[in-house]
Design a protein around this ligand. Structure first.
Ligand code: XMP
Length: 332
């Protein structure tokens, strides 16, 4: 209850701040990722400025199994946010062809996102007869501190792990100005805020998903062969098994990583030379530190069998049993 009281104050304060920043004729755009943060940020800004907020959801070709359909349905049916869906699969994947370096992948994806927002904003401007001025981002406090802690924020910032996220990747000459209403909040606080804003419970409990998507869960070239397709199938089996076992809400994040190269297997009475995947599941408070999740052996055995039996091209499943630190949650 205390947490809700505190977040009621944060909500009142944030609404005032947004209304003070955004002029009465200014339009704002927001990129929805399908995650909790951008959805809560958009709902908050929508409450503050109404229909002058225009949301866009970009399918970059790096989303999970059926993510686009699932997310668009939630936006329309439950959040009642007006959202334009842009299919930019070809644009992203063509830029990522042959790229194996993790930081390079992140840079390319970040840059492409900005180009798409700029185009969206330009087109919207023509329709409205006035260019949008602001871009809303669901940046959280842990994202900020991993780059640069804001002075006077009163937060403990003892960890600096790697430079990524929404922060710092934006071009200096970007036309849109940023609004980041969640930038002093941790994930659990954003969930409380979302609850106050009537964001559906099921949506608020979604595991975090990184902006660069499956690109940082395929080690090596994302576009090679059917990498994206087999990762999606294996990942869906893992997540569905976690949901069926009623473990989803006890886990901070769970996903499958596609490992590079092939390994030898024997399936049916045939020798196979297929891909290996790693299962990653962690518990965490804020993503800054994490413990690997200790599944029961029977659960792991079932998942490994299901993946190898159902996903053509995969013949080996391993589990990541490192915490953060020394590892990060994502593999790239
Ligand atoms: P790491 O891998 O650094 O991740 O332990 C901590 C949390 O952040 C998420 N993550 C990202 N989120 N853009 C995002 O929006 C990114 O580039 C990014 N990289 C990592 C990660 O999934 C985990 O929840």
């Amino acid at each position: 209850i205390n947490a809700e009281w505190k977040m009621e104050d944060v909500l009142t304060e944030e609404l005032k701040v947004i209304q003070a920043i955004v002029g009465p004729d200014d339009h704002v755009i927001c990129a929805l990722s399908g995650g909790v943060d951008s959805a809560v940020a958009a709902t908050l800004v929508h409450k503050a400025i109404g229909e002058r907020l225009h949301c866009v959801f970009v399918d970059n070709g790096l989303l999970r199994y059926k993510e686009r359909e699932r997310v668009m349905e939630t936006f329309e049916k439950h959040l009642h946010l007006p959202v334009t869906c842009v299919d930019a699969t070809v644009q992203f994947l063509s830029k990522l062809k042959g790229v194996t370096d993790p930081e390079m992948k992140r840079k390319i994806i970040g840059k492409e996102f900005i180009c798409i927002f700029d185009d969206f904003s330009e087109e919207l401007g023509q329709k409205l007869g006035k260019q949008p001025v602001y871009l809303v981002q669901g940046t959280l406090y842990p994202d900020v501190i991993e780059s640069c802690p804001p002075p006077g924020s009163g937060r403990d910032h003892s960890h600096t792990i790697k430079s990524h996220h929404n922060v710092g990747g934006l071009p200096k000459d970007m036309k849109l100005k940023l609004i980041e209403p969640l930038k002093l909040l941790f994930k659990d606080e954003v969930r409380v805020l979302g609850k106050i804003l009537n964001v559906p419970e099921g949506f608020l409990k979604r595991h975090p998903f990184p902006g660069p998507g499956l690109a940082v869960r395929i080690l090596g070239d994302v576009t090679e062969g059917n990498a994206l397709d087999i990762l999606r199938q294996a990942d869906e089996i893992f997540i569905q098994s976690i949901k069926d076992a009623k473990l989803y809400d006890s886990i901070w994040q769970a996903f499958v990583v596609l490992l590079p190269g092939n390994t030898v297997g024997v399936q049916g009475d045939q020798r196979t030379y297929g891909r290996a995947v790693a299962l990653r599941a962690v518990t965490s408070q804020d993503g800054m530190t994490a413990d690997w999740y200790d599944f029961e052996h029977k659960f792991l055995d079932d998942v490994a069998r299901k993946i190898c039996n159902n996903v053509r091209g995969i013949n080996r499943v391993v589990q990541d049993i490192t915490s953060k630190p020394p590892s990060t949650i994502e593999w790239e």
